[in-house]
Design a binder for this molecule. Structure first.
Ligand SMILES: Nc1ncnc2c1ncn2[C@@H]1O[C@H](COP(=O)(O)OP(=O)(O)OP(=O)(O)O)[C@@H](O)[C@H]1O
Length: 430
């Protein structure tokens, strides 16, 4: 269902800038305290950093953002699954490249292909971070604003008639759904081929890009920081985020973690007050008893431990929210109808109540062995005829041993079957 991803791959030709670094202080020349001060000002006023390069959104993208930011659409939950789906795509891309170049993943935490969600209740920031391929400065400019995809105008048109924002992912413009819940968004990104950059926008027709000299280095990947609107406070609740991941992102092929709080009992040294009761009670003892006690304490003195008490403390740790199931690798007998339906929804990015018309889950054996699940969707994709002769258009995703390889095929299925959604996983014979 990917709207032709190649559509936006044209060379970037002089993207429209509003102002070219007016009043810019090159980052290398500013002092740390300057940076921190500007940072603080920028965040508190939620205005774009004044040293950044500013760009205008392409007109259709701007219209789309207007519709989203002014929308009264009640199901705002959808933004999270769109961000998780983008993170998963970015992870697929780096994992694919690492098949031929192991070095590309780097070492330590960088090599961990996961998605992390973090909350800052005080500042009302929700962050989603991945260690995927990341975006260069040029990617940020192209992908998040200046080059509209074919799906952008189709989606804007659709919004004017049916108004169902739930379809946003199917049109390939899911990122912009962040403005359902946030009024200021920062995208921090690091690709192996470039420095770390920050993209920021308040969805008011413009966005800004700066080289990132103040945030912690990401190593590689993307962190999306949503500065939530006042009325979107529910997304600062851990339970809400856990529910959403369970509901919409269960079939994501990478671990999704939440920086979750946990109440634990810890032993701390007891205060002196706590021991005074015991000491007082000895005062009422008879002299004989006191003598006995004295003997006992002499014996125990050598192994006497400091007195402690148990108190509740809040600690934080990464909690895994999904169990990364590859249902296509399981036996069809073990997969329930509900699981097939849910899997179809995540594959097709169709989160309506519609169920697939039918599906086939099969194993092929021969020179190449593979397992596949093939779904017939309940309705035609919006660009069925538009992209009929486009060689790259396909709804077939090829995996090899659970690693996404490609969804660009010309010859695996006849064109008139382009509407089928297929997930195929090959196991090559040795
Ligand atoms: N976390 C990310 N890491 C790397 N690139 C990203 C990330 N999020 C977005 N992008 C880039 O921005 C582009 C626009 O994202 P958007 O969600 O609007 O559409 P899409 O992901 O292409 O569509 P679809 O949801 O159908 O795959 C993506 O194609 C990708 O190139």
């Amino acid at each position: 269902i990917h709207v032709n991803a190649e559509d936006n791959s044209d060379e970037l030709v002089d993207p429209p800038k509003i102002e070219d670094k007016i009043g810019a202080v090159p980052n290398g020349l500013s002092t740390d305290s300057d940076v921190v001060k500007r940072e603080a000002e920028s965040i508190s006023r939620r205005s774009l950093r004044n040293t950044a390069e500013k760009f205008e959104f392409q007109a259709e993208v701007s219209r789309l953002m207007d519709i989203i930011i002014n929308s009264l659409y009640s199901n705002k939950d959808i933004f999270l699954r769109e961000l998780i789906s983008n993170a998963s795509d970015a992870l697929d891309k780096i994992r694919f490249l690492s098949l031929t170049d192991k070095e590309i993943l780097g070492e330590g935490d960088n090599a961990k292909l996961d998605i992390q969600i973090k909350l800052d209740k005080e500042k009302k920031i929700l962050s989603i971070r991945d260690r995927g391929i990341g975006m260069t400065k040029e990617d940020l400019i192209k992908n998040l604003g200046t080059i509209a995809k074919s799906g952008t105008s189709a989606f804007v048109e659709k919004m004017q008639t049916s108004g169902d924002l739930n379809l946003i992912g199917q049109f390939g413009v899911g990122f912009y759904s962040v403005y359902l819940v946030a009024d200021y968004v920062e995208v921090i990104s690091k690709n192996n081929d470039d420095k770390q950059y920050v993209w920021e926008s308040k969805a008011d027709g413009a966005f800004a890009i700066s080289e990132d000299t103040w945030n912690e280095p990401l190593g590689r990947g993307t962190e999306i920081r949503l500065h939530l609107r006042d009325e979107a406070g529910e997304y600062l609740e851990e339970s809400k985020l856990k529910d959403l991941v369970k509901r919409y992102s269960e079939f994501i092929n990478f671990p999704i973690y939440l920086w979750a709080s946990k109440e634990v009992e810890v032993e701390v040294p007891a205060d002196e007050d706590d021991t005074s009761e015991e000491e007082e009670s000895t005062e009422t003892k008879t002299s004989e008893e006191e003598e006995e006690d004295a003997e006992k304490t002499e014996d125990e003195d050598s192994e006497k431990k400091p007195k402690t008490k148990k108190v509740k403390e809040t600690t934080y740790e990464w909690e895994l929210l999904n169990d990364v199931k590859a249902i296509w690798l399981r036996s069809p007998k073990e997969v329930t109808e509900e699981e097939y339906n849910k899997f179809y929804h995540s594959l097709a990015k169709d989160f309506s109540d519609d169920k697939p018309l039918t599906w086939s889950h099969f194993t092929a054996e021969g020179d190449v062995e593979f397992k596949a699940v093939l779904f017939v969707p309940p309705k035609a994709p919006h660009d069925l005829y538009e992209s009929y002769y486009n060689a790259n258009k396909s709804n077939l995703k090829l995996y090899v041993r659970r690693v996404f390889i490609s969804d660009e095929f010309d010859e695996l299925l006849p064109k008139y079957l382009n509407f089928l959604m297929v997930m195929q996983d090959n196991t090559f014979k040795v």
